[in-house]
Design a binder for this molecule. Structure first.
Ligand SMILES: Cc1ncc(COP(=O)(O)O)c(C=O)c1O
Length: 468
């Protein structure tokens, strides 16, 4: 791509085009770029935790697609379908799937299912419906780095972090929420709502019932919106069970439902990010109607809709898939976090998601984000492990890193553990007793200071990968 001077482009292009709110220069994306330039290939190299199950289903159901000799009879009808409401059977299957993931404790109306291009598109779509440029949404931090792109870049909506801390396992406190809200109001900012990722990316935890109830009360008292991004709802592999905002408002009598909106996608729960299937499920009729018209900008292709309508309607398969997927996630999470614990590395206790939140504070040269970045560079470029630094998630404490585990097979997890063990000094580190895990000062000492110097980045061996 040709480069022209910034000043030149300032005059030539739109404000959106020249703004850097896409956040592509964040270390979160840099990790992926480093990985892509030098990926790790295990012998089996599975690219998704439960793809084998879907592949088997496809083989057994050749009529589900228009691109097989058995399914081609529907080709013409599907190829010309472009209604932004979506295929009725697709919306019905999505609603059923969302019910199944929530243990049939709540029902969803297919007529409220609005299509978008992944949760990325769904999050932007809901912002366009709820807020004007300059308006703000509160977002508990640490939060998914691409929220800055998805919610703000093109909409002009501001995100105000509500800082959460390790002292209470990064739980959102009423005090922090009220402070962020009041400060914004005093600064003349129009706060339109609260965005929650439940389960959380990057923490891998989900909100407990009372906590979620308090948050619903918070927005209801102020009559601001609540957007719940529930795209990891089926990744919960141990207690506490996932509770959706849909269940919560069913129980609460005095909630203004016009304020409640769910963002969903099949990228994580079904492991199909390439299909770009995103959903807005709103209880507000005007939002549903406006969102549907906006679907034109991010339609799910009709052949994908048809295929998924067939796949998701197979209840027996979906039950098996969800059970197996959460079992595999739990097992992988256990091996990885227990392996780290043996090395003396602690992680936030988590029960969901495709990642965990690793505490490397004792390994920082000093408690600063500069030191965090220095450590991150070493981990990505020398240890060859794709982790993301907490600062890219707007974490207010230096030294936390997100580690993805879901796309690694067991062998890859062992490779990753071996590299980390070597990095922290391996045998030199005293293995802490499980019952009273304490940080070892020796961990920090075991670092090679050469590794912490910039310029030691020359990826020669493969990066261990897990993308999310
Ligand atoms: C919390 C959260 N929301 C939205 C997205 C975007 O998902 P999609 O691939 O469906 O656009 C992600 C992806 O990692 C995410 O973690």
């Amino acid at each position: 791509m040709g480069s022209s001077s910034d000043d030149g482009n300032n005059n030539l292009l739109s404000k959106i085009a020249i703004s850097d709110q896409h956040a592509e220069n964040s270390p979160y994306f840099d990790g992926w770029k480093a990985y892509d330039s030098n990926p790790y290939h295990s012998l089996k190299n599975p690219d998704g935790l439960s793809f084998d199950l879907i592949e088997e289903w496809i083989k057994n159901n050749p009529t589900a697609s228009i691109c097989t000799s058995q399914g081609v009879g529907q080709f013409k009808d599907i190829a010309i379908f472009q209604d932004y409401h979506g295929l009725p059977q697709f919306r019905k299957a999505i609603a059923m799937f969302m019910e199944r993931v929530r243990g049939h404790r709540v029902s969803f109306d297919p007529d409220r299912v609005v299509m978008a291009g992944g949760a990325t598109g769904a999050n932007e779509l809901i912002m366009f419906c709820l807020a004007n440029p300059g308006d703000a949404f509160l977002v508990p931090s640490p939060y998914y780095p691409a929220f800055d792109r998805d919610l703000s870049w093109r909409t002009g909506v501001q995100l105000i972090p509500v800082h959460c801390h390790s002292s209470n396992d990064f739980k959102i406190t009423k005090q922090a929420l009220e402070e962020a809200y009041e400060n914004a109001i005093q600064s003349g900012i129009n706060v339109k709502g609260l965005l929650l990722a439940n389960p959380s990316n990057p923490l891998g935890t989900n909100l407990e019932t009372q906590h979620l109830k308090d948050l619903v009360n918070f927005i209801n008292e102020r009559q601001i919106h609540l957007v719940c991004d529930e795209i990891y709802s089926a990744t919960v592999f141990s207690q506490p069970d996932f509770v959706s905002v849909a269940e919560m408002i069913q129980e609460m009598e005095f909630v203004n439902r016009d304020l409640i909106h769910i963002v969903y996608s099949l990228s994580k729960d079904m492991g199909l990010p390439g299909f770009r299937v995103g959903i807005v499920y709103s209880y507000n009729d005007v939002v549903v109607s406006c969102g549907r018209k906006m679907s034109s900008f991010g339609l799910v292709s009709s052949q994908t809709q048809l295929f998924l309508a067939n796949l998701l309607s197979d209840q027996v398969f979906i039950d098996k898939f969800l059970a197996e997927s959460s079992k595999r996630l739990g097992a992988r999470h256990k091996i990885f976090t227990e392996g780290l614990e043996e090395i003396g590395i602690k992680c936030l206790k988590s029960n969901a998601g495709l990642f965990f939140w690793m505490d490397l504070r004792p390994l920082l040269k000093e408690s600063s984000f500069e030191a965090e970045m220095a450590l991150w560079r070493v981990i990505v470029h020398d240890v060859k492990l794709n982790v993301s630094p907490g600062s890219s998630f707007h974490c207010s404490e230096a030294g936390w890193f997100r580690v993805c585990f879901a796309n690694m097979d067991e062998e890859t997890v062992q490779v990753a553990l071996k590299r980390i063990r070597k990095f922290v000094g391996g045998k030199q580190v005293e293995v802490p007793k499980k019952s009273k895990l304490r940080w070892q000062k020796s961990l920090r000492l075991s670092f090679s200071s050469r590794l912490l110097e910039e310029g030691s980045m020359s990826p020669h061996s493969p990066l261990v990968r897990a993308r999310t």
